[in-house]
Design a protein around this ligand. Structure first.
Ligand code: ADP
Length: 447
């Protein structure tokens, strides 16, 4: 087992990883930018190192500084959290070259899945159903038109290096196609430094359903069920739940086993998420994330398994603590992403939290690094916490969520808490009857 882990992240996820390390008796090192010196994970870590000024590229993305911090403190492994360097294969390679363990998959697997065209091909070879679309990169209008004619309109053009819901363009007919292709290519080039795009059938009313997997790197792997992340704004998740209101246990086992088998074949190591769109009873792979996800706590709530413990175990060569038959799904969990944003316009709202009182009680978990008097810096994403609520069934979970939101006090800044209160009052949400476009329509109606 590792003796000291450096946490290469900030905010709620840095604290989340720190908690797991403490439970496992592992020393922690926090790294932070000069804007984050008052952050909770910095205060609670055994040691901390300032790795640069506020901009991420000079601090949280600064590989050189992070490796230096490992050397100064004697850390033997790095947990990257999500975002920042968590899916950076070069970072994994560099750590390895310095004799440090990257708590995540191999650099090779990160590269494979980081390129979405390759990821889709790999998924298909591993027996995972994929969205119909182009075989590979599309560069000319003629190629695009040929593929679109075959699969039928509407189609979506996506960046192979895409992420965070960026670099996607929908075309409803041949006229829109060439403009969509040109804009998608130039946007992808500007955002990701890679113009390569591909085409997929644009599904009209899918749900976003993803499968949590965990592998030991030796050919053993399990799935931990699904998360339904269909409530999205601008392709970004806002509310996640497990189990999905639209799957039964036979469907869950079937798709879960397909993913676990694929991970066994790959000899995948660590936590991963296989993302699908789900429509008319069919699953269509869209991408795989080779890291811990923001919404992992809903899976922890219904399985009782600490995914960060598992990641650390596997990275240290200790293997998985569970086999598939040990994994049981109990009750229902929902996560609300609490952002420091206006609940209507989603304009970021950095500033000082003047009063803070998180909800508590049975089945309520708040993952957040904020506290009363904490000043939210304007440099990073606006997620300031996550409220995760568990109940024996969906009705109980929603009941508990409603009262938790009423209890939650965050004064001094705007947050998305009022949005979740509105969602809970909506009959479609109560019935679990929503697809990936539902939230955008709901927000448009409310304006
Ligand atoms: P990113 O890596 O940027 O998050 P994804 O491929 O995971 O991109 O897609 C993000 C979201 O975009 C999906 O959850 C879904 O809402 C939408 N989307 C992606 N592909 C399609 C598609 N083929 N049809 C309809 N919606 C799509």
């Amino acid at each position: 087992m590792f003796s000291k882990i450096l946490i290469a992240n900030r905010g709620e996820i840095a604290l989340r990883v720190l908690r797991a390390c403490k439970e496992l008796g592992i020393q922690t090192v926090a790294v932070h930018s000069s804007a984050d010196q008052d952050a909770m994970h910095v205060r609670l870590a055994d040691e901390s190192v300032c790795i640069g000024p506020p901009p991420s590229r000079e601090s949280y993305l600064n590989i050189h500084q992070i490796v230096a911090a490992c050397e100064i403190t004697g850390a033997d492994a790095v947990h990257p959290g999500y975002g920042f360097l968590s899916e950076n294969a070069k970072f994994a390679d560099i750590l390895e070259a310095h004799g440090l363990t990257f708590i995540g998959p191999t650099a090779e697997h990160i590269r494979l899945m980081g390129d979405k065209i390759t990821a889709k091909k790999t998924a298909e070879q591993l027996g995972i159903p994929v969205v119909p679309g182009s075989e590979g990169e599309i560069t000319t209008d003629e190629e695009a038109k040929k593929v679109a004619d075959e699969i039928g309109y509407p189609v979506i053009i996506k960046a192979t290096a895409g992420g965070g819901g960026r670099g996607m363009k929908v075309a409803h007919n041949a006229d829109e196609l060439s403009i969509a292709l040109a804009t998608a290519r130039s946007e992808a080039g500007a955002a990701f430094g890679n113009e390569a795009v591909y085409i997929e059938k644009y599904l009209a009313k899918p749900r976003h359903i993803e499968i949590q997997v965990m592998g030991d790197g030796e050919g053993n792997a399990v799935h931990l069920g699904e998360r339904d992340c269909s409530l999205q704004r601008r392709h970004q998740k806002v509310w996640e739940e497990a189990n999905s209101p639209s799957l039964n246990s036979a469907q869950r086992s079937e798709i879960g086993e397909i993913c676990a088998a694929a991970m066994r074949k790959m000899k995948y190591r660590g936590a991963g998420t296989v993302e699908f769109l789900y429509e008319n009873g069919e699953f269509y792979f869209i991408e795989m994330n080779t890291r811990l996800q923001v919404e992992h706590p809903v899976t922890e709530a219904i399985t009782g398994i600490d995914l960060v413990h598992e990641q650390i175990r596997v990275a240290s060569g200790g293997g998985l603590s569970v086999t598939q038959k040990d994994i049981r799904f109990s009750g229902h969990a929902i996560e609300c992403r609490i952002n420091a944003e206006d609940p209507r316009t989603f304009v970021p709202s950095p500033g000082t939290i003047t009063h803070y009182h998180p909800p508590g009680g049975l089945g309520v978990r708040v993952d957040s690094g904020v506290y009363q008097g904490y000043k939210i810096p304007p440099y990073y994403d606006s997620l300031i916490g996550k409220l995760i609520v568990h109940g024996r069934n969906r009705v109980e979970c929603m009941m508990r969520l409603r009262r938790s939101l009423d209890e939650f006090v965050v004064d001094g800044i705007n947050t998305t808490i009022p949005l979740f209160r509105d969602l809970l009052a909506n009959p479609d949400i109560a019935n679990g009857d929503y697809d990936i476009h539902w939230l955008e329509k709901f927000l448009a109606r409310k304006d």
